[in-house]
Design a protein around this ligand. Structure first.
Ligand code: TRP
Length: 450
């Protein structure tokens, strides 16, 4: 174990909030949230998402940051320090980071293709399906995305991550608002707005709730120790409670705006809201086509998407890197190289599963549990979002609530009573009872047990 100074700390408080928000805000908001909503009943999904966000998302966010700041260690080390028997939960988080990165870098690569495409011809002219099903080209873009991610992690915490976040995050926010305005004012946008904003309660079922739960964890970077690792770089003087509601609020605002940019356009152009992972790539170039200087906007937008994806990807690679550095005493540069090479190797079958390996299913259909047959890309997404992340969150709540104890946690949050935490009692109940039971129930209903 190294001392705090030796691992580096966030230079400034806003630097941390921006970097943590940078981890949270990524493809999960811009690419995944809209298509998940589109596949799961539109506004009904949004409603369930918001409920889970407040009840479970913010609770788990505070728990993770607290464990991180208290132990000043990576995910596995943090668990191990507080209770050796729990180290495997942290280990599961490291594995999870590999699996998420395997498909995340593929989608990051798609964004690079669209960025370059908006210069070459027009993003709207790219044949999305033709591109992602090709054997070689998407893998080259995935590799480019991996290399960028690695470069930032290689140069360490303060230098790379913080500086870049400060410029790009606010810019992304402004851009997505501009695009949402254009989309909402298209002729025929109304149908999309009501699909996205008027919940049809009858659409809500176990599958929708599990999808929303998984998406909350994915979008907030929770359930696998990412926020433990980021919290570990925090100094004592930072407000954990403030971060625990500000990061989720910002994250949700961006996801919501992404939906507002996409759904009105989907309906205005007569497209299919439930088309899945291609949704953002198929619709937004059409919206840009309806804007003055559209190709200019498209290129800047896809640049911001790439950036948002990078600030998230570095947090995932950081989990892997911090593990090798803190637990295996490997130096930072070798650790990040080993991590990214492993990730790229896993990303190859993910990319190929869109085309050449389309028929290869690594998860078979289990109809009685609502599980369809899945290839690499879908399987890694399913295993992480719908199983490992919520399970990691469930275990974290039990760990903080019952093993380490909410008294110790609250002591860390308030710095031994120096700062106030008026919701301490409510949070204790949420961590000990409500969040773990709710997650368990969502599993049962999502897999058709109840
Ligand atoms: N939250 C990021 C996004 O929305 C992805 C991400 C980064 C993530 N770190 C994570 C997801 C940790 C789960 C766990 O794009």
């Amino acid at each position: 174990m190294k001392d705090i100074a030796g691992r580096g700390q966030w230079a400034t408080k806003t630097g941390f909030v921006l970097a943590a928000a940078g981890s949270a805000v990524g493809l999960g908001n811009l690419w995944k949230f809209p298509y998940m909503a589109g596949e799961n009943g539109g506004a009904a999904f949004v409603l369930v998402y918001l409920g889970i966000l407040v009840l479970i998302g913010m609770t788990v966010m505070l728990a993770e940051l607290t464990v991180g700041r208290h132990t000043q260690l990576d995910a596995l080390g943090a668990y191990k320090k507080l209770s050796a028997k729990w180290a495997w939960v942290g280990g599961m988080g490291v594995l999870c980071a590999f699996l998420i990165m395997a498909f995340y870098t593929v989608v990051g690569g798609w964004a690079i293709k669209y960025f370059l495409g908006s210069f070459a011809t027009a993003a709207a002219n790219i044949d999305f399906v033709g591109f992602i099903t090709a054997p070689i080209e998407p893998i080259i873009y995935t590799l480019i995305f991996c290399v960028f991610t690695w470069i930032i992690v290689f140069f360490g915490i303060g230098g790379g991550i913080e500086k870049a976040s400060k410029i790009m995050m606010p810019l992304l926010f402004i851009f997505i608002i501009i695009i949402a305005i254009r989309s909402c004012t298209l002729p025929g946008a109304g149908a999309g707005l009501s699909y996205y904003l008027k919940p049809d309660i009858s659409q809500i079922n176990g599958g929708v709730i599990l999808a929303a739960l998984g998406q909350v964890f994915f979008s907030l970077s929770l359930g696998m120790g990412c926020m433990i690792t980021y919290g570990s770089y925090l100094g004592r003087d930072s407000s954990l409670t403030q971060s625990a509601w500000m990061i989720p609020t910002l994250d949700t605002a961006i996801a919501f705006l992404a939906g507002l940019a996409i759904f009105p356009a989907v309906f205005a152009f007569g497209m299919e809201p439930g088309q899945g992972p291609g949704l953002m790539f198929a619709t937004l170039p059409q919206v840009f086509g309806q804007m003055p200087a559209g190709e200019f906007f498209a290129s800047i937008f896809f640049l911001l998407v790439i950036f948002a994806a990078l600030t998230s990807a570095i947090s995932l690679l950081e989990v892997v890197t911090a593990y090798f550095v803190d637990e295996k005493s490997i130096n930072r540069s070798s650790a990040s190289v080993i991590g990214i090479i492993g990730i790229f190797i896993l990303a190859i079958p993910c990319s190929l599963s869109m085309g050449s390996l389309a028929g290869v299913h690594i998860i078979p259909e289990i109809a009685s549990m609502n599980i369809p047959a899945m290839g690499f890309f879908d399987a890694f997404d399913f295993i992480t979002s719908k199983l490992m992340l919520p399970l990691g969150g469930l275990l974290l709540c039990i760990f903080v609530g019952w093993v380490w104890g909410t008294d110790n946690a609250i002591n860390e949050i308030t710095e031994g009573g120096i700062s106030s935490f008026p919701l301490a009692g409510v949070w204790s109940i949420l961590v000990k009872f409500i969040a773990p039971i709710a997650i368990f129930m969502v599993f049962l209903s999502g897999f058709g047990v109840i």
